[in-house]
Design a protein around this ligand. Structure first.
Ligand code: NAD
Length: 365
């Protein structure tokens, strides 16, 4: 096996960020040894930590370091300390700047029910058992960015709020391609969600996705209107494999799909551009209420590292090994506070990390 070398930028950020990042780095080193992958890690500042050190939530050096790497692993940003700063100086600006700076237009949010945590879901066991969905959301277009936007005075003096939902053919095609490729790496089914019965922008969306399908004949394509998709997600979520949709519908549906699993400390995500490094990060925030207490669940961060291997570096075997190790520690009964239930072994962040390293070393198939 030839040795592969990757430059990874680490952005631990704030709150529990550094604790969960430390676990993910140990896990990456361990799986790297097994798979002959060498990671050159470079840590950079973002969010509140960057504001404290430099006055900026995304220092220029951080963006430059990210651009020069093969992938970016981010933990979380934000916290009470910076909540009173004006909006352009707040930690969240660092995230938006990073997405824009790297041209990340595709957001991948998996929602997979793990058999060991099925009771954490608010839905019935028979409805959620076996759910494994990937929502591919367009991230840099649609109604959040379309022009005109703003609050304007009308001729009568009454105010009118305006946003514009717009997509060009090329914007639809590039997210469509990411979605078809993703479906191909998964169950081979893609459901495109739109509102083509009402919105012209959605009619164009649907037309382009149908056009693209001829290039991906191995992927089974279907279409749903967004209202029906929302209903189907809670009625019969197992029918979905990969979902592709625009920015607004994706914002809502990805959160609804994620909550089928019931546990925020378990959910990873990926944001990808046309070329260059992707950003891989947990869905949850910096959890300032438990920061520094060794209480955080590092699994979402570790699964983000697995997504980085699978979707950012094309190292599916290494990703499989990490995901398998997560299942094994859960099988062995280890639980952090957020996913604790009766009869399980309560562990902190570091001990969960040790259990993951053990599972990687001694896989029980
Ligand atoms: P949060 O996700 O940080 O926390 C919500 C609740 O979930 C808290 O009780 C927290 O303790 C718990 N939790 C979250 N992750 C956990 C984990 N890994 N293990 C155990 N418990 C966990 O959301 P919030 O409290 O609304 O926001 C806190 C800060 O995080 C804010 O400053 C917010 O702006 C920021 N935030 C950042 C991101 C990001 O970096 N992408 C996302 C959401 C929120």
């Amino acid at each position: 096996m030839t040795q592969q070398q990757y430059r990874i930028t680490l952005l631990p950020g704030d709150g529990i960020g550094p604790e969960i990042m430390a676990v993910a780095v140990d896990v990456l080193k361990a799986v790297g040894q097994q798979e002959n992958l060498t990671f050159e890690f470079e840590e950079a500042l973002i969010g509140g930590a960057a504001i404290d050190a430099t006055g900026e939530p995304l220092p220029t050096e951080t963006l430059e370091t990210c651009r020069q790497s093969d992938a970016v692993l981010l933990a979380a940003i934000g916290g009470w300390k910076w909540d009173s700063l004006p909006s352009h100086q707040r930690p969240e600006r660092g995230l938006l700047g990073l997405r824009a700076g790297l041209g990340l237009f595709a957001n991948l949010r998996p929602a997979k029910i793990l058999p060991q945590l099925i009771d954490a879901s608010t839905l019935k066991r028979e409805v959620v058992e076996g759910v494994d969905i990937m929502v591919v959301r367009e991230l840099t277009g649609g109604i959040y960015f379309g022009q005109p936007k703003g609050i304007f005075a009308t001729e009568t003096g009454e105010k009118r709020g305006v946003n514009t939902m717009a997509y060009t053919e090329s914007e639809i095609d590039r997210i469509g391609r990411v979605a078809f490729e993703t479906a191909r790496k998964r169950g081979g089914k893609l459901c495109s969600v739109d509102k083509a019965n009402v919105l012209e922008v959605s009619q164009l969306w649907r037309d382009r996705i149908i056009q693209l399908a001829s290039e991906y004949q191995d992927v089974e394509l279907s279409h749903l209107y967004v209202d029906n998709a929302a209903m189907q997600l809670v009625r019969a979520p197992k029918q979905f494999d990969t979902i592709v949709t625009g920015n607004l519908f994706g914002d809502i549906l990805s959160d609804a799909a994620a909550m089928l699993t019931g546990s925020i400390g378990m959910l990873p995500s990926a944001s990808l551009g046309a070329s260059g490094p992707g950003v891989f990060e947990p869905v949850h925030g910096s959890a300032p209420d438990i920061a520094g207490l060794d209480k955080a669940n590092p699994i979402a961060q570790v699964l983000s590292a697995a997504m980085m291997l699978r979707y950012g570096l094309n190292q599916a075997t290494a990703a499989d090994k990490i995901e398998q190790a997560v299942l094994q520690v859960l099988d062995n009964g280890y639980r952090t506070g957020d996913i604790m239930s009766d009869g399980m072994t309560f562990v902190g962040c570091r001990a969960m990390g040790d259990a993951l390293l053990q599972a990687l070393e001694n896989p029980q198939n």
